[in-house]
Design a protein around this ligand. Sequence first.
Ligand SMILES: Cc1cc2nc3c(=O)[nH]c(=O)nc-3n(C[C@H](O)[C@H](O)[C@H](O)COP(=O)(O)OP(=O)(O)OC[C@H]3O[C@@H](n4cnc5c(N)ncnc54)[C@H](O)[C@@H]3O)c2cc1C
Length: 423
Amino acid sequence: MNGPAKLFSLYPERPEHFAQFLGRFAAEWNWRDPLAPDFLNAFAPRSVFGDYVRAELARAVSRAAPHVALDHVAGEAIDLRRRGGRVDIVLSHGETFAADHAILATGAAPSRPDLPIDAAVAASPRYIADPWNLEAYERIPRTGRVLLLGTGLTMLDALVTLERRGFAGRYTAISRRGLLVHPRREVVPLRDFLAEAPLPTTARGLLRAARQELARTTHGRPDWQSLVMAIRPHVPALWQRASDAERARFVRHLRPIWETSLHRAPPRSAQLLERGRAEGWFAHRAGRIVALDPAGDGRIVVRLRGRGRPEIDTLIVDAVVNCTGVTHDWSRAQSPLMANLLATGVVRPGPLAFGIDADWQHAVIGRDGVPAPDLSAIGHPLRGVRWESSTLVELLQQAIQLANRLTGQVLAAGAGRIVAAAE
Ligand SMILES: Cc1cc2nc3c(=O)[nH]c(=O)nc-3n(C[C@H](O)[C@H](O)[C@H](O)COP(=O)(O)OP(=O)(O)OC[C@H]3O[C@@H](n4cnc5c(N)ncnc54)[C@H](O)[C@@H]3O)c2cc1C
């Protein structure tokens, strides 16, 4: 995970809860984080967090009141229709079920990079479109050369995956600006300086407030990471107050800087990356892919233009891994549900086409402009409404808010039955 275990407890009032689970896992599997002094500060494997969530869900179900049930339907929802206070959910295998309330908790869709990729390359086993398809990595020759499209956390995931599998070749990572993922450091928190005055409405205003705060700090220059941590809790409110023009400016000019500042690498992965750079088997570049063509022998010819340079460089690689992350634009996602909901107007795009529109209480706002009483959204779909809406910390806050609202509104009305559909 990309943060210490103390951040990921499912119970905010008990920050040690996940760390204790991790401690039990560590004792059973003889696991440890060599860089952490204790389990609160350990960076857990993601699968352990999955086990933790599953265990807590099972515990919640076993303790629920007798009239509350949870059904898990394995199936793909392809459409959802709101009619007269009920929501019909249509599954791809034809079944439909009705609900009093539906929640869109779909996560984000993998991003399809906006690249001129030759059809033969796109179809080739050496072009790995889905970086989380672990089997695909088997196709990469052990001492080959790999192009990683992207220089953020997904790129680092791909690198760690390949290294664990004994890959002994070379990597080149490329992104438009070439901003490489930063290592996460444990920093002394700055005081909550944004809480003291009305929030700025522009990025420039925010910069001014940050500069003033830094000038006021008397005990040496704080680590820039502590500034990011102080700003982060205010991001949804800052985003909400900004005009569309200001948001667009932020996305155009500052987004990559903000993303790499916020989404930082766990220390051990960052160490691996540093070693790769020092030993020369990992390099990153700023530039734009102009074409990905087949080399004729299974390899891929990469033509790229370095940032600020007129000439086109050519690189021949054994594989290309798409590490460009996820997309929040529902019109570009390969999801029948998202396409259908947009087409029927049950949802409408969120600001700047990020995610979907909703009010501050999570109620989805469709084409009619009215917050739906029977349809909510949580997490990635709210990217455009809140900007930061994807990390587990934000997901947990939102889940608690939404659960509190719904238990008052829906479940209290009578027998409660929760149906979770997942592919
Ligand atoms: C590789 C990776 C690593 C991450 N690591 C961290 C981390 O360390 N720390 C952190 O804070 N955040 C991390 N995140 C971000 C965040 O925690 C995850 O994105 C998180 O899993 C989002 O949870 P979610 O429940 O909203 O969506 P998801 O976990 O994506 O779940 C969405 C679910 O909806 C289902 N679904 C979607 N569409 C349909 C449909 N039409 N019909 C039926 N089911 C559907 C999917 O099958 C899935 O089960 C990471 C994200 C990724 C991708």
